[in-house]
Design a protein around this ligand. Sequence first.
Ligand code: ATP
Ligand code: MG
Length: 574
Amino acid sequence: MVFTPPAWVPTLPFDPPDSIALHEFWGNERYGRVSFEKSRNPFTCGLTGKTYTNAEMALRFELLARALAARLGWHPKRETPWDKVVGVFSFNSIDYLMSTYAVHRLSGVATPANAMYSPSELEHQLRSSGAKALITCVPLLETALKATRAVGIPDDRVFIMDVAGETARRVPFKTLDDLIAEGRALPELEPLAWTKGQGGRQVAYLCYSSGTSGLPKAVMISHLNVIANIMQIRWHEQPARTRRGVETQAYVALLPLSHIYGLVVVANGGIYRGDGAMVLPRFELKTLLECIQRYKINMMHIVPPIIITLLRNAELCAEYDLSSIRLIYTGAAPMGAETHEEVRRAFPGWEVAQGYGMTETATVVSSTSEDDVVVGTSGSLVPRTRARILDGDGREVTEHGKRGELLVQSPSVSLGYHNNERATAETFVFDDDGGRWIRTGDVAVVSRSPAGHEHFSIVDRIKELIKVKGHQVAPAELEAHLLSHPAVADCAVIPVPDQGAGEVPKAFVVKSASVASKRDEEVAGDICKHVEEHKARYKWLKGGVEFIDVVPKSPSGKILRRILKDREKEARKA
Ligand code: ATP
Ligand code: MG
């Protein structure tokens, strides 16, 4: 059985164009972008107020492309895209997206790297992607140079992007503004003039997945993949916007733009929807609250750990006027019904929407709409997306309420993994009719919303399920439940080996301030009881409770369970 979007989800008004590059799609009024007035400001720095208009942004990436072409000896129509790979290793900046468009203007590939990377992690990405140049920022320069020098990228191919005025601290490297100034004196570039279908074949972004389950995987995301997804997101949320009479809104871009969620949903998607982004270099609670208050932010894309931070700092939040916020949109990791309800109680004026996606699907597969929220689910499929669910034996799941692996078909499903045919063949599979599907590795269950629509809940990853005497326990379910206990500020659940049961769940817990003076054993007992009172016996924390200071998480909001598993293994050895 194939699941499709419910009837209220609009169809796309036109096919996502497949013969143009992303920046050409953005710059062309024909494609249904909202309010592309030349004088509107797509990105404004949330710290310094520095901004530019759409027209200026278009000029900036054109001039930057000219300067890169001259310095690197590249041409839009010669060399292959893989000869023109540029790394972007920076905190968020109003120039982040623009700099990737400059690479696209040359028919090159941009590979955004996680700003938290160590030199060796960055080195791995630069080497495996074949990057020939790097755009970075002053605060990350030292790390960047260790990596570029190790892979042999010369220093004169390292360029500095301004992050909230940081370039004022001069360094002996060319800044993007220097290059843009150079570009003014350089000849115009030839047009791209792609052939039919080229946008579907050509890689725009080589994005590295979060590395939650192992080493990050290099995902080849085409221009068409991004164009399709930003169209899918926009039309999925159009009915709610129309009902509210909101044309555009002020939002904040604080999630890392190097991650697919930030890059596609927040940056590319935001400016396609015509919204204006206040850009913050990274998440910092006070700065965010100030930004919301000062710029009257209407909506923000966040991840579950940021929601937890807001909830656990209610007193600080109360010092700011956050009344402009109407909607928060969460994704990238599970947010359970318990947390959703808690947000509703703490911030009654805020709608909460949740989306589900992955790097391999150029982000969004399903999403709740403000008009059709079911607490704790990830909503309904976005336009032109089809889904199947297969049980453990590979049989098609047709009933609601039954779990299985989610498979997805969508124009946003990426081209595959770079230089990894085996993983590509395992993950991107074909059905008998030649239809191409991605095996998400996630466990999903479909339920019906009160309005009668099919909603997808992402239970957990197949590989992370804890197997207790043949029963499967989803860590995400227990974590959501534990978070509803007042003693728990944050938590993560992992499997530990058990003689009788095979595996049993163990919880790592960050104690909340309210129980700081209580004895560990007492708090642990309360927490175990909380599970025993509400959950089936096989889900009980037989592996125990251990207290830690912080739960290790990726910048995109994922619990890095493998770090806790390694730690547990070491502890058991000792
Ligand atoms: P890696 O593939 O390298 O192990 P990763 O899968 O965490 O890392 P991403 O592509 O950033 O890397 O994340 C996609 C995954 O995030 C999904 O496969 C899913 O497991 C999880 N995810 C995303 N959104 C949600 C959501 N709303 N609820 C539950 N899980 C989600
Ligand atoms: Mg993954």
